[in-house]
Design a protein around this ligand. Sequence first.
Ligand code: PLP
Length: 562
Amino acid sequence: MGGSWDTVGGYGEPSPEGGCVQDSDDLGELAEGVATGSLLDARQVETAVRGLEQVTAGGTARPGRRTPSPASGGAPRGAAVRLRVREGIPRFPAAIDHAQLLNELAEEYLARSPKSAGLNERAARSLVDGGSHALRLIEPFPPRITSAKGAYVRDEDGHALLDFWQGHYANLLGHNPEVVTTVLARAFEAGFGLQTGLTDRLEVETAELLCERVGAERTRFTTSGTLATMYAILLARASTGRSLVMKVGGGWHGAQPWGLVGVGFGSQDAPFQGADSEGLSAAVRGEVVVTPFNDPERLSDQFRRSGDRVACFIVEPFIGSGAGMPASPEFLHAARELCDRHGALLIFDEVISGFRFRAGDAGAFFGIRPDLACFAKVIGGGMPVAAVAGRADILALAGRAKGRRVRFSGGTYSAHPASLLAAKTMMSHLVAHEGEIYPRLSSLGAKVRATVEGAFATEGILARCTGRGNGILPDSPISLLTFPRRASSPLRGPQDTRNPAVCDVALGEEVVQLALLLEDVHVVHGLGTVTAAHTEADVERLGEACRRVARRFRYALKQRRA
Ligand SMILES: Cc1ncc(COP(=O)(O)O)c(C=O)c1O
């Protein structure tokens, strides 16, 4: 395998906080009950478990819980709260079955959230599954939000949730930052904001700013990262006259035809080979070549096999979905070199990485210039803005001079005035405060990782956060929480983090999410992102919540064994 993941991320090394994680089959041990002492000394384990038994024996809430249990009369008992580990996630035969724990968590959750529960029943009658984005539709039902400010969101039932999802990672300054909202409020008051269907000075200024910060010759705005990657791929196919699209297994580029292949883990024998949606043509399925993240040798093999038919390789400098890890410099340099050698285009999907590590593109850290790059999320300042940026000769294929060979000619809400105003305000703010914001985000991200790993280690549970820097890309504000089956398991990318043989995927997704919601903490994929609005005290709060959750996990496992 290429790359240097065993050393870069420190995944095979002892936890800095816990300091006691050895190469043992930790979750295997937990599956049997309580860790046998390879993680914690036996006395510590026994004390923790006895404490839990005492607290729970009297029918009171579990330690640290602020919510009355249904049994204590806090709220109606759930009539039929049944949860299954989400379908479609393949289960490793030795995986722990979390259904019982999930059901317990769901009952408590229902008891503390009657208003959200009621709204959800209504929602299910008009919205598919009760909402418009699958990641928001937490089971058994999502908290319905009434307001959001800084690091917190408030729900219908009055809980102030410490939020690490932050608008799908879009909110680098936290929820509704005044720097953006005051500018928008003033603009609306002055009669500027909703769509005009014309163009304006703002569009010019925002494009100039973006091009300057990401080293692009031209850009065109659109409304979502999904559309941006789809247009970039169309441009690459038109520019090269080729049809194959190479992408990373597990990489998410939005729900557009080529992005929908090679997303779900699939089977051990052929990971990331399937299509993630019905309705795709067989041709599209056959046009996608999938290669593992951070594996330059496999990338080279793929190009050797089909390089003369590859239109583009689309890759994230920091892979977001399912992994949260920086690309290794070896991988990205190999990508640039192989694309050049085989006449393919290199597309950086910077929807997550753009303006996340500096006030510009992440590609700059690697000293690599892609042919095209896609931006969204942070650049919109909380509004729907995306862009394809890059070489003028390629983007010209969407222009008049080339007869609009690619129909990337805009939609009703392209370059929406209020959205571009938020985008320009946000990007300008990040440029002006680059020296303070980014180092702080990096160190707070590192603190989150140490705190969370340490919290689980205290209870003898092996947890690993992704998101560490690699010497090229700094420590990330984003982390995903994983539960590797072995301390020595390398976590190189989605090929490991989504692999149920390597990590307990269900524990890191549904179980942790629901357990932390009961602690008034909202995470997705086990964790999420810090923002400029998060404080050290928020990280401490997260750590305490994780410690209680870890204790609960240990208790549930012990009960199961009994
Ligand atoms: C790397 C990446 N590319 C593209 C997309 C799609 O962007 P959007 O959700 O704005 O359509 C996402 C969304 O999460 C993403 O993470």
